[in-house]
Ligand binder design. Structure first.
Ligand SMILES: NC(=O)c1ccc[n+]([C@@H]2O[C@H](COP(=O)([O-])OP(=O)(O)OC[C@H]3O[C@@H](n4cnc5c(N)ncnc54)[C@H](OP(=O)(O)O)[C@@H]3O)[C@@H](O)[C@H]2O)c1
Length: 413
C-alpha cells in the first residue's frame, strides 16, 4: 500500500515536532513528508535548504499548498498559531484535504460547530492533536469506565504546574495574549500548554468510548502573575457534566516547584491516578489493584500514525475529533464567561527568579494553595487565604452555542 503523503504548515517551534514525527512514520513505511509551507524564507533559510535537499517541496503560502498539493497530498498538518486554526481548517477541508489540526482546536464553540458542519459536508477528516487522547492509558481507562468497572464516576480532578520563562513568552507574538491580530487566542495554561489534561478529564467523563461528556455548568478563576501578558497564567476551574460528574482543574505557569499533571478519577467502585509519565494505578473497592502504562507507545507519534491509518482505511475514525473536543471548547468559553476578567496578582505576591531568557514568575505559595484547593475540591477564592483571589459565579453551559468575547474584559483592574 502507498505511503500516505503529508504536508506540514510551518517549520518552527511545534511544526518541527510534526516534521520529526513524520520522519518516524516514514521509517515505519506508513507515510512520508512530501511538502512544507514556509512563509518567511529569510528566517527559515537553513531549514528550507535542509528540507529541499531531502526532496521535500517548499510552498511559500498555505493557499499555494492548497492549490498545488491537489492529488499529491493526503493529509495537511496545522501546527500553527491558535488564532489561525479556524480559517486554515475551514479552507483546508473545503479544498478537500484531511487535516491534523493542533490543539487547542479553535477558540470559540461557534467556530467549532462550523468546522464540524464542514467536516460532515466534505467527508474529509479533521483529527485534533490532543495526543493524550491517543494514549493507550487514556483509551484503556475509558474502556474500563464505559464498561462500568469504576461504577458511577463522581469526580475527576487534575493539578499540574509547569513553569514558563521569558523565552517561552517571547517565542512568538501571540504567546500570553487573549486577543492577537484581531482574533481570540486566550493563550494560558488551561487553553494551551495544559489543555490536554482538561480535555482528558472531559473525555474520560463521557459515557461512550469515543465521546466526551457534555457540560452543565462551569466556574473558573483566571489570574495572571506577569504584568506583560494579557491572558491568564494561574487558573482553576470546576465544572459538572450533565450526568453529574464533577471536574476540577488547578494549573499554573508560575510555580516555584514544578509538578507534572496528575489526574485522579473517583468512582463508586474504583479510584485511579494517572500521571504524565502515563503510569496508571487503579484501586478497586474490593481491594484489587491494577497498574498499567503505555507499553512504550508514544502518543505524540500516534497522532500521525492514526492519520495515516485513516487514509489507508485501517482505522474508522480519529481518536481525537472535532466532536469529542467540543466540550473542551465549551469549558474554556464557560471559564471566560465565569471569570469575566483576567485578575492580576499584586506584585507583592509574585517573586521573580532566574535571569535573562530563563527569568520566570513565581506566585508565592501557589503549590500549597492549589494543593489544598485540590484536596478540598474547591476553587482558590473558596480557601479565603489570599486577598487577591476573587469568587466567580457558576455559568450554565447547557446547550451552549455561542461565546461572546465582549463579556470578557481584557483590562487591568
Ligand atoms: N500537542 C502539543 O503538545 C503541543 C505542544 C506545543 C504546541 N502545540 C500547538 O501547536 C500550535 C503551534 O504552536 P507554536 O507555539 O509552535 O506556534 P508558533 O510559534 O506561532 O509557530 C507556528 C508555526 O506555524 C507557522 N505558521 C503560522 N501561521 C502560518 C501561516 N498562515 N502560513 C504558514 N505558516 C504559518 C509559523 O511560521 P513562521 O516560521 O513563518 O512564523 C511557525 O512555523 C499551537 O496550536 C500550539 O498550541 C501543541
Amino acid at each position: 500500500m502507498k505511503k500516505v503523503a503529508f504536508a506540514v504548515v510551518g517549520v518552527r517551534n511545534f511544526a518541527a515536532e510534526h516534521i520529526k514525527q513524520l520522519s518516524l512514520l516514514a521509517e515505519e513505511g506508513l507515510g512520508e513528508l512530501k511538502a512544507v509551507v514556509i512563509t518567511d524564507m529569510d528566517k527559515n533559510k537553513a531549514k528550507a535548504q535542509e528540507l529541499a535537499d531531502r526532496g521535500i517541496t517548499i510552498y511559500q503560502s498555505y493557499s499555494e499548498l492548497l492549490e498545488k498539493g491537489k492529488g499529491t497530498i493526503d493529509v495537511i498538518t496545522l501546527p500553527t498559531s491558535i488564532h489561525t486554526h479556524y480559517q486554515m481548517a475551514l479552507d483546508g477541508m473545503r479544498a478537500g484535504y484531511n487535516l491534523v489540526l493542533e490543539k487547542p482546536p479553535v477558540p470559540t464553540v461557534q467556530q467549532m460547530d462550523e468546522l464540524i458542519k464542514v467536516e460532515n459536508e466534505t467527508g474529509v477528516f479533521c483529527s485534533i492533536g490532543f495526543q493524550q487522547i491517543h494514549a493507550q492509558t487514556i483509551q484503556r481507562l475509558k474502556q474500563m469506565i464505559v464498561a462500568g468497572d469504576f461504577g458511577e464516576i463522581k469526580e475527576i480532578a487534575c493539578r499540574g504546574y509547569w513553569s514558563r520563562n521569558i523565552a517561552y513568552y517571547n517565542r512568538n507574538p501571540w504567546a500570553g495574549k487573549v486577543v492577537f491580530a484581531g482574533q481570540l487566542v486566550m493563550d494560558g495554561p488551561i487553553h494551551n500548554a495544559l489543555a490536554h489534561y482538561l480535555n482528558n478529564m472531559i473525555f474520560l467523563a463521557g459515557s461512550e468510548q469515543h465521546k466526551s461528556a457534555e457540560l452543565a455548568w462551569v466556574r473558573a478563576e483566571l489570574y495572571r502573575s506577569r504584568p506583560f501578558i494579557t491572558s491568564d497564567d494561574t487558573s482553576c476551574l470546576e465544572a459538572e457534566t450533565t450526568t453529574g460528574t464533577k471536574i476540577y482543574f488547578y494549573t499554573t505557569h508560575s510555580p516555584r516547584v514544578e509538578l507534572d499533571p496528575i489526574i485522579e478519577i473517583i468512582g463508586t467502585k474504583a479510584r485511579a491516578t494517572w500521571d504524565y509519565s502515563q503510569r496508571t494505578h487503579v484501586q478497586f473497592t474490593n481491594g484489587e489493584e491494577l497498574t498499567f502504562d503505555n507499553d512504550g507507545v508514544d502518543p505524540w507519534y500516534e497522532v500521525m500514525r492514526t492519520a495515516a491509518q485513516l487514509v489507508r482505511g485501517e482505522l474508522e475514525q480519529p481518536y481525537s475529533t472535532l466532536e469529542n473536543s467540543r466540550s473542551f471548547v465549551v469549558a474554556i468559553n464557560g471559564a471566560y464567561d465565569s471569570a469575566k476578567v483576567i485578575r492580576p496578582i499584586p506584585e507583592e505576591y509574585v517573586d521573580w527568579i532566574s535571569e535573562g531568557d530563563d527569568r520566570r514568575a513565581v506566585v508565592r505559595d501557589i503549590e500549597d494553595l492549589f494543593g489544598e484547593a485540590f484536596e478540598k475540591r474547591v476553587l482558590l477564592s473558596d480557601l479565603n487565604k489570599v486577598p487577591w483571589a476573587a469568587a466567580t459565579p457558576k455559568v450554565s453551559v447547557r446547550d451552549y452555542k455561542e461565546f461572546n468575547p465582549f463579556g470578557v474584559q481584557e483590562v487591568i483592574l
